[in-house]
Design a protein around this ligand. Structure first.
Ligand code: PMP
Length: 423
């Protein structure tokens, strides 16, 4: 599965884009944190399966049976990838956002939710209908654990509670102390869900080893195509709650009642929350990506990514105008997601120039984590830094940042070009 540069082959490596300065160049996709290119292996697997397309759980024909098998086996592949417990459920969703909204919908009555203000909006916002406690941004991993412990100690110990926390930040790339936060949550009778949207593509995630209750991630960040995601973990809350969507596939038996209404018995399996015809290609491609990453071996993937991180950080450190954003400091363990601002530059213009002059695709903005980016930039939370808002004038504090992110398919040349371009 390895090409000459030691990276896993991904699609799009030969795509050329025009430069404003004339000519063209191969595209350097350095926005993996938004969406990673699909692995060639995933694409090949999907192409091999495509002729055998059939309805899932709804057909007697051979190809329907085959598709149903592939769909259900995909659950098994994801469960293996995440090291799920025997009685965990793997629910296929549309994305991490969808997975966390699903979990928010199955919370038991009176569940208290604890979430750091530093979360991505997908993990910050779905809990608004519950009793949410927003925790202030910690400045060290230890402080994160202590902040959570203090908040949990104050809660009613008898009611249900959920902690939601990111595994790796989509802004700083920094790893959060998931194992310690899980231990703190459990010590206080709370459960914990990990937003692994940025962790799973870069790092092994083992539900049992981390001792977490749920994990959520997206296919399109894990080198699979768009449109599918996963919520995996404890079955009990999922099994007893109302279905996320009402419809066929989620219902086991539907009858007319004597009073003229309709009575429904819902499935207790993952199908309860997967009403409608499922995204079989999405599930299949996630399973393919999980297998490909496992077969390639995490040790090599992580070592290679750490080498690229060191190269980018060393390059940025040589430019005095660059300020890298960090919550936990230089020594924090991190994945290949790095955000920065450049003194005297409008971040949006800077990102546009990287694209137009060097064929490099990065992201600018607040990265759907407005409170965190504002904290890191030190900007006024009430008035500044909205998505799409005008940037700071020259000499003023930046309102937006630039984010470069990479992973399994990134060749050395892309990060070398990026560092050269920034310089
Ligand atoms: N959580 C984190 C940490 C993310 O980086 C993202 C995507 N930027 C999401 C959640 C949401 O993922 P999706 O858009 O695939 O739902």
């Amino acid at each position: 599965c390895r090409d000459n540069s030691g990276a896993l082959p991904v699609l799009g490596r030969d795509v050329t884009v025009p430069l404003v300065t004339g000519g063209e160049v191969t595209y350097a996709a350095l926005d993996y944190a938004a969406s990673a290119p699909a692995l060639q292996r995933v694409w090949d697997d999907v192409a091999a399966y495509a002729p055998y397309y059939g309805s899932v759980h709804r057909g007697a024909g051979y190809l329907s049976q085959l598709s149903t098998d592939l769909f259900e086996n995909a659950r098994g592949a994801v469960a293996d990838f995440l090291g799920c417990r025997a009685d965990d459920q793997v629910v296929f969703t549309r994305s991490t956002t969808d997975s966390l909204n699903l979990l928010a919908r199955v919370l038991p009555a009176d569940c208290q939710v604890f979430v750091f203000e530093t979360e991505h909006h997908a993990s910050l916002l779905p809990w608004q209908d519950a009793k949410v406690t927003y925790l202030n941004a910690p400045r060290t991993p230890r402080q994160a654990v202590e902040t959570l412990e203090r908040a949990l100690a104050d809660r009613d110990p008898h009611g249900p509670a959920l902690v939601c926390v990111t595994g790796a930040s989509n802004v700083t790339g920094e790893l959060w102390p998931v194992r310690e936060l899980a231990a703190a949550a459990h010590a206080h009778g709370a459960r914990i869900v990990i937003d692994a949207a940025q962790l799973a593509p870069h790092h092994p995630v083992d539900i049992r080893d981390l001792d977490v209750d749920w994990v959520a991630f997206s296919g399109h960040k894990l080198y699979a195509p768009f449109g599918s995601g996963v919520l995996a973990g404890r079955a009990d809350w999922l099994r007893t709650a109302e279905p996320y969507l009402a419809g066929g596939g989620a219902s086991r038996k539907v009858t007319r009642r004597a009073d003229g209404g309709v009575a429904v018995e819902w499935h207790e399996s993952a199908a309860r929350h997967e009403a409608g015809s499922p995204n079989v290609i999405g599930a299949y491609s996630i399973a393919s990506a999980c297998r490909a990453l496992t077969e390639a071996g995490w040790d090599g993937l992580v070592a290679r990514e750490q080498h690229l991180i060191a190269e980018v950080r060393a390059g940025l450190a040589e430019v005095p105008q660059v300020k890298v954003l960090s919550l936990f400091g230089d020594d924090a363990p991190r994945v290949g997601v790095i955000s920065f601002v450049v003194e005297g530059w409008n971040s949006s213009h800077f990102a546009a120039a990287l694209s137009a002059e060097y064929g490099i695709g990065v992201r600018d903005g607040l990265f759907c984590a407005h409170p965190l980016v504002r904290t890191l930039l030190g900007s006024d939370p009430q008035t500044q830094g909205e998505c799409g808002a005008p940037e700071a004038a020259p000499g003023e504090k930046s309102l937006n940042a630039i984010r470069v992110s990479f992973g399994a398919g990134t060749p050395d040349e892309h990060v070398e070009r990026f560092v050269r371009a920034v310089k």
